[in-house]
Ligand binder design. Structure first.
Ligand SMILES: [Zn+2]
Ligand SMILES: [Zn+2]
Length: 166
């Protein structure tokens, strides 16, 4: 991990790498936050995944499906990057990560009235084409439960609306 970090900061001098309690890519300040809490392999894969978001220049998205597609693209890119640095990312790990996004998307797009899978109408709105129910979804991006606190903070300060990627 230390070795990889050193190589990455040389290879990508325009990016900042800081240690934190959650992996993420923040396009606004071009910073990658990495963790060392998980196993060595997982930590390196996560770091390469965030680097992939950075090199693909992922900054924002409008529709939920776009986020899922960006995650897929980021893992594809991460696999290439991993090869360059002598790693191989486990496909099962990638599918597990993508599943959390698929579940999230599924939850948001399921009609609360009839359970039909529906199309997103706007960045915060879905409508069921079966029973016409309209429902709103939180504008906050992909949030895991432990991010709830940050979420309410974001709501009161629109300045922090910048998307980050996990
Ligand atoms: Zn419905
Ligand atoms: Zn990601």
């Amino acid at each position: 991990m230390e070795k990889l970090l050193k190589k990455l900061s040389v290879g990508f001098p325009d990016l900042k790498f800081i240690r934190g309690n959650q992996c993420r890519w923040s396009p606004g300040d071009r910073t990658i936050t990495y963790t060392t809490d998980t196993s060595e392999d997982c930590a390196s894969w996560a770091l390469l995944h965030e680097l992939a978001h950075a090199t693909l220049n992922h900054t924002t998205y409008r529709m939920d499906i776009d986020l899922l597609l960006m995650e897929v693209a980021a893992w594809e890119k991460a696999k290439q990057l991993a090869k360059n640095y002598g790693f191989a990312i486990d496909d099962g790990h990638i599918q597990d990560c993508l599943d959390t996004y698929r579940d999230w998307l599924d939850q948001r797009s399921t009609c609360p009235t009839c359970g039909n899978n529906s199309l997103q109408q706007g960045s915060e709105e879905y409508q069921c084409f079966n029973c016409q129910t309209l429902w709103r979804v939180s504008s906050s991006r992909f949030c895991r439960p432990y991010r709830q606190k940050n979420r309410s903070k974001n709501k009161t300060s629109p300045v922090l609306r910048q998307a980050t990627f996990q």
